[in-house]
Design a binder for this molecule. Sequence first.
Ligand SMILES: [Zn+2]
Length: 304
Amino acid sequence: MGISSLATKYGFQSFPHYSSGRSGAKVNKIVIHHMAGTNYDIVPSIWQTREASAHYGIGKNGEIRAYVDENNTAWHAGNWNANISSIGIENCNSTGSPSWNVNQATIDSCAKLVADIAKRHGLGKLVVNKNLFPHSYFSSTSCPGVLLGSLQYIADKANAINNGGGSSTPSTPTSDLYRVRKSWADAKSQVGAYKDLNNAKRTADSHSGYKVYDPNGNQVYPTSSSTSNVKTLVVQVNGLNVRNKPSLSGTVVGSYNKGATWTLPKTEKQTIADGWVWARCPIGYCAVGKNTGKTEPDDYILIS
Ligand SMILES: [Zn+2]
């Protein structure tokens, strides 16, 4: 029996959609999900019919429930090789569509559970996309939504717990910060990281040649949009899918949260496909909004 001592059994293996054993594989990774739902109590009963499951689920107050024994294979990653070698953690959302936020208490509890799993399974130091993954790494999905931006925080906090720390963990998700650097790639040049963009701008102003970068590594200050040859795109919603081509048939390769910003040449035309307007972004293409021929209040991206 493999269950974290942090968890309480809830509807434990009361559904058919998991597999006994690990098909000979060893657990070497953890996969993070969000429930895309705010009702913690209906999981895992939804897996009576839906062909899915996960080992753990974390509620809005940070309570941890166990659904599937760690020695069994839960159906969560949408990828069999990933399923047999991973432990899946679902995190309950605090708000519904379109923002699908997750409470800090949930994220902090998730980090504790990740630390516990890593320790018991000998995963070593937690590194994002090495032994701690977003669901979207393995399948075409927007899951884990906003948690995509919290994975580094979860890894850092879990590592601090396993190194005997825990008190020195960052109080703000590091991924939410605006960083002041010479260039995004030159992380060593960083002179500060701020939650407040204005504080970041002030620091950049006092360091010649320094710029402000958003959590996705896009330069947000100084904006080159003041020169007239670029336009600035700002994401208005959380969990906006990034696809590998400008079409609904494109594979989801990532997602942006509200506030993500980048620039494009002013002359670059947006693509229209599947009833949507698409714009290029640093890692693929995003839907700007429905193709109505004009800007709409519910567009996903503001272009100026
Ligand atoms: Zn998922």
